[in-house]
Design a protein around this ligand. Structure first.
Ligand code: F6P
Length: 534
């Protein structure tokens, strides 16, 4: 599949990215994509016109346009679950109808959004209140896609936060809910149970614990619980009144769900208008993805650069490095989005893949990472393509000097990764420090930076709700494009099932009511350790 690209890669020899700039100083103009004021610069990579042409050819070979149109039109492209993939309908604010099984889903999407707006408005104004008065705090209980999106976005949009405080509980570890609820008023806290299936053991366990806490503290779960789910029969069985239940359809995947009711905590935090702006940002990216030619298509080019680095250059991971503290949870969000979507070993038809479909994704906000793992990024033997993100302006004009430092650091990192520092320059530095002879040579070698390490930079004017929506939709479509080119289903997640099944079977063993004899020796010994320590 990658024959041409592998040949081009082999032919690069020792070519350095800096040489590409030497021969074409304006290279950034040709190797970047603009959407509105957002710019994706991929000029600091080895992608040249020939490589790009070969990458773009993959799109047509994989039938990307047809696959993309099938997704937007509601075809059941999640073939192993027989489902449409229509998170884009949730942000189709002023678009046309979207048909699933002969019915337009948009009236239902709009009605739910209107109900969310009314509920959020009433909570924020105090018209809907708890047993002890207006809500001061919201606790979203969910995990995976029912947690990471709103948790990431509430932090990202802190400057717009004018509603009740929001907290997120995901882990079944009792420490998480205990630490979160401590100090909250059980009579003025709204609990949102967010679960697509309403069966997830972590979420249901935390929800019951929160309910007990509320009742014990004089709160009223009938007024103070809301639910977000596709399973309205289960939300009713849990005792949540229908007026506090916000449903969505199974054509919204968990990790793609923050655009709809799973985003309720975000809407409560920033208000319906800013939530709408977030949706509009996503919708603008959808329009761009559907219409822009491949080379001018931001999600497509981001995906192709990813394919180049992972499949062709063989780099096993990529780092997401937002120079934007409020995007601190974005790498975790992208880990689920990318690794749950494309961490697959078989093609859509069930045949084994010849190579890994998607990379390991990790990261931390800059500049913190610089003082931790950047050592490896600069001097380790592994090459880690870096995806920098940067706002031209911060939200704190009075702290503009902080922002200038932030910008300088971000730009310095991508420059350092590309340029490196050759041995000769390192020798000059240590010679200036008084080293000589063999010691000079030894010291110099420790100060060499190989350079020629690729990075992309996504730059935007300021982290607004619309920009955040565009960034999330950009990465969603990037994952989709990579999945289509690799021929996999990016929308199922069978790989999470086995662990869940075994956890269920281990429950009574860990309780001590069943024997661990049928388990392997390691598992049995670990269970015995736990039982002895109780
Ligand atoms: O176990 C994985 C997963 O199914 C994710 O895909 C999902 O986002 C998460 O669990 C939570 O699921 P639910 O929203 O149904 O509780």
């Amino acid at each position: 599949m990658f024959h041409d690209l592998n040949a081009l890669h082999a032919g690069l020899g020792g070519r350095r990215i800096v040489d590409l700039f030497a021969s074409d100083p304006d290279r950034v103009a040709g190797f970047s994509v603009q959407l509105g004021e957002m710019l994706l610069d991929y000029s600091k990579t080895q992608v040249d016109a020939e490589v790009r042409a070969a990458l773009v050819a993959l799109c047509d070979r994989a039938g990307l346009a047809a696959r993309r149109d099938a997704m937007f039109s509601g075809a059941p492209i999640n073939e192993t679950e027989g489902r449409a993939v229509l998170h884009t309908a949730l942000r189709n604010l002023d678009g046309g109808p979207v048909w699933v099984d002969g019915a337009d889903v948009m009236p239902g999407v709009r009605a739910t959004l209107d109900r969310m707006r009314a509920f959020a408005g009433a909570v924020r104004s105090g018209r809907i209140a708890g047993a002890g008065g207006g809500f001061t705090d919201v606790v979203n209980i969910g995990i995976g896609g029912s947690d990471l999106g709103p948790a990431m976005a509430v932090l990202a949009l802190a400057p717009y936060h004018d509603g009740p405080r929001c907290h997120f509980v995901s882990n079944v570890d009792g420490a998480h809910i205990a630490d979160t609820l401590r100090g909250l008023d059980p009579a003025r806290t709204l609990v949102i149970v967010a679960s697509k299936t309403f069966t997830t053991i972590e979420t249901m366990t935390n929800a019951r614990t929160a309910r007990d806490w509320m009742v014990a503290g004089g709160g009223d779960p009938a007024r103070q619980f809301a639910a977000v789910s596709t399973a309205e029969d289960r939300t009713a069985a849990f005792g949540i009144p229908a007026g506090h239940v916000f449903g969505f359809a199974d054509w919204v995947g968990g990790r793609y769900s923050m655009w709809g009711p799973i985003g309720l905590s975000l809407m409560l935090a920033v208000g319906p208008e800013d939530f709408d702006a977030f949706l509009r940002g996503g919708q603008a990216m959808d329009r761009h993805f559907r219409t822009a030619p491949w080379t001018q298509n931001m999600p497509v080019m981001l995906a192709l650069v990813g394919i180049w680095h992972h499949q062709i250059c063989g780099y096993p991971s990529r780092a997401v490095l937002p120079y934007d503290q409020r995007l601190a949870r974005l790498p975790a969000y992208f880990q689920q989005l990318e690794m749950e979507s494309n961490g697959k070993s078989v093609a859509m038809d069930g045949t084994p893949l010849a190579q890994a479909a998607g990379p390991i994704v990790w990261g931390e906000p800059g500049t913190n990472g610089q003082h931790a793992f950047y050592q490896l990024i600069h001097q380790g033997k592994q090459v880690v393509p870096c995806e920098f993100m940067l706002a031209a302006r911060g939200h704190e004009p009075e702290l503009a000097h902080h922002h200038r430092l932030l910008v300088a650091n971000c730009l310095a990192q991508s420059e350092a990764l590309m340029r490196g520092r050759p041995l000769e320059a390192a020798r000059r530095i240590v010679s200036g420090k008084g080293f000589e002879g063999a010691e000079l040579e030894r010291q110099a070698r420790h100060r060499v930076f190989e350079g020629n390490r690729p990075s992309t930079t996504l730059i935007y004017p300021k982290l607004t709700p619309g920009v955040l929506g565009a960034i999330i939709a950009l990465y969603e479509h990037r994952v989709f494009v990579e999945g289509v080119i690799m021929g996999i289903n990016s929308f199922d997640q069978w790989g999470v099932e086995l662990g869940k099944e075994l956890a269920t079977s281990l429950g009574p063993i860990v309780d001590g009511t069943e024997s661990a004899a049928a388990k392997d020796g390691s598992t049995a010994a670990l269970v015995a350790y736990v039982l002895r320590s109780r």
